[in-house]
Each structure stands twice: as C-alpha cells, then as structure tokens.
Design a protein around this ligand. Structure first.
Ligand code: FAD
Length: 303
C-alpha cells in the first residue's frame, strides 16, 4: 500500500485501549531503564503490560522477577509470556503454578523459537507442549484466565500458506485463547485483509495490532527479515540517511508510527499493543496523539 494518509484524531468518545510489551532486563542498568519506562507508561492506564519470556526458559527468573515487581510496585496488570521451548510439561506447569501463586491472571501463550535462534528448525521437547495451541489448553484448565496468543498478518514464516496459519490460530482460540496479538507489520491493508480472512474462518476474538515504533531502522530490518515481516520501500526511504542522525530518526519514527496508528483508528481499530523495546518516549507520544493521557491530567485541567 501507499504510505498512510495522516488521519484526523479519533472520534470523541472512541474507546482506545493500549497495552505495552517489555522484555526482562539483563543488567542493573537495563533494569533501571525498564523501570523508568514502566513509571512513565503506567499512568496511561494500559489494559495490561506484558513481559516476554526468553528461549529455553533462559529468562524464566528474570521474567518472574519483572512480573512480580509490576504486581508489587505499580497499579497496572501484568501479563506473563510463556513458551514451550526446551521444557517438558511438568516444567512448564511449574512455571504456570508459580505465576498463578503470585496472582497473575493474564498470559501470552507462545510456542517460542528454537533456542538456536529464529530460522533454525523447531523441535518440540519430546515430553513438552508441541505448540502454542497445546499450551493454551494447559492454561485454560485453570479458571478465569485471560489468554492471548500470537497472530501473523503476513503468516508465520513456517506456515506453508495462510490456510494452515489461520487453522493454527483457530486451534489456539478453540483451546481457550481470548485475544490474538499480531506480529508487527507496516502495511495496514495487510492487517485488514488478514482480519477478514480470520473472521471468514469463524474466529471472533480481538486481533490486536502489534505496533513496533522503529527505534533503530537498521536493527529492525534485520529482525523483520527473521520473523517474516515485510518492510515496505516507502518506509526504507523515510529512514534513508538517518543512520547517524538519531534525533531526526526519532522524530521520523514517531511520525511513522503515529500515522500507522491513526490510520488504524480510522479503520475502526480500538486496541493496540506496543512493542516498546523497554523505551517509553515513542509509545508515550503515539498514545498522546490518540488521545490517551496520564490518569489525573484531565481532572487536573478541569479543576
Ligand atoms: P504456534 O502458534 O504454535 O505456531 C506458529 C506457526 O507454526 C503456525 O502458524 C503454523 O504455521 C506452524 N505450526 C506449528 N505447529 C504446527 C503443526 N502441528 N502443523 C502445522 N503447522 C504448525 N517468542 C519468545 O520466545 N518469547 C516471547 O515472549 C514471545 N512473545 C511474542 C509475542 C507476540 C505478540 C508475538 C507475535 C510473538 C512472540 N514471540 C515470542 C515469538 C514466537 O514465539 C514465534 O513467532 C514462534 O516462532 C511461534 O510462536 P507461536 O506461539 O505463534 O507458535
């Protein structure tokens, strides 16, 4: 498609909900940055903030620690990501039990990528959950959980075709998933066509667009090629020549993401999931543009 046209603000009264995704920090410095980000974004009252889970459980403790801090120190609701990689069912069930014990009621259930990295052939653990659909089934045995799963507007790189891909999504929903969050994408027509396909397949859960504010275009292109997300030429042209001009890069990134989100709002989308990369500024600015303000600000103005 063409670059999005810059749309008007959402209709007054439109109910826009957002969620933010973080990854667990590896160092004290990264933890400090994450925590600054959480503090900046929490007042926007996200529906939830989710914390990713590394390959092979490599971040198990760090994911749990981050989720616990969100529970203990903020008023936002955490969602714990879980994967099936390199773990048998007992191990995964123990992680689920730990989260439930902590008071976590929201999960993002994923198969995960091979421990060797995206692109290597995925081998399920012989005694583990084979895929996300089975993991959803295990989670859904517990009552009253909110279970999100992944969806792929450009289909998962391992899917031979859209029919197979959507069949997997259907299995996840049939097993108890209540929401799908998409892989990031830049072409809103692709998202819209995907949602139509999903609805035709009889899947009616929300398909929440995953929005990636582009903090570093070069890194994003590398990542996109591994996870099957297409980077349109017009997007590359917008970032062309900005490799050593971080200030302009940030401004362009904010404008591009704002255009994408505002165009989706105009198409009727009301829920957005932001891949924050543990940074607040771009996600905060985009939320501002769609009318989401820190809680208390409006009341303070009215007073
Ligand atoms: P599944 O839904 O199980 O399968 C994905 C695809 O594989 C299917 O669409 C299908 O085409 C194919 N497939 C699988 N099983 C079969 C089968 N039996 N028959 C035919 N085809 C099959 N990764 C992490 O490691 N940690 C995270 O925290 C994390 N968070 C994510 C959050 C979101 C919102 C998204 C979109 C992705 C995330 N990922 C994460 C990446 C994800 O783990 C990878 O994309 C992984 O390759 C697939 O996971 P899935 O849950 O979609 O798998």
């Amino acid at each position: 498609m063409m670059p999005y046209k810059f749309s008007r603000r959402p209709e007054a009264g439109a109910k826009i909900r957002v969620s933010f995704e973080f990854f667990p920090p590896k160092t004290d410095e990264m933890a400090q940055r994450l925590w600054n980000t959480v503090e900046r974004l929490s007042p926007l009252q996200p529906a939830f903030v989710s914390v990713t889970y590394g390959a092979g459980g490599s971040t198990r403790e760090r994911t749990q620690h981050t989720v616990r801090r969100v529970l203990d120190e903020t008023s936002v609701t955490p969602a714990a990501h879980l994967t099936c990689v390199d773990a048998d069912k007992d191990e995964v069930n123990a992680v689920i039990a730990d989260f439930l014990e902590m008071g976590v009621r929201r999960f993002v259930a994923l198969r995960g990528d091979p421990a060797e990295g995206v692109g290597a052939a995925y081998k399920p653990h012989p005694d583990g959950y084979m895929n996300a659909a089975e993991l959803v089934g295990a989670l859904a045995r517990h009552r009253d959980l909110d279970i999100s799963v992944a969806a792929y507007p450009e289909k998962h790189p391992e899917s031979p075709d859209f029919a197979t891909d959507i069949e997997m999504l259907k299995r996840k929903v049939d097993n108890g998933a209540t929401r799908a969050i998409t892989q990031f994408f830049f072409d809103n027509d692709v998202y819209e066509r995907y949602v139509e396909r999903v609805r035709r397949a009889g899947i009616y859960v929300p398909i929440v667009p995953g929005i990636l504010p582009v903090h570093n275009f070069t890194q994003m292109v590398r990542f996109a090629s591994r996870c099957g997300a297409h980077v349109p030429q017009w997007l590359a042209e917008r970032f062309q020549g900005l490799e050593s001009d971080p200030a302009t890069h940030q401004l362009v990134a904010a404008a591009v993401a704002a255009e994408q989100v505002l165009d989706l709002v105009e198409r009727g989308v009301e829920d957005f999931h932001f891949y924050t990369m543990n940074r607040a500024d771009l996600s905060f600015a985009i939320c501002h543009l769609i009318g989401i303000r820190p809680q208390g600000e409006a009341e303070a103005r009215a007073a």
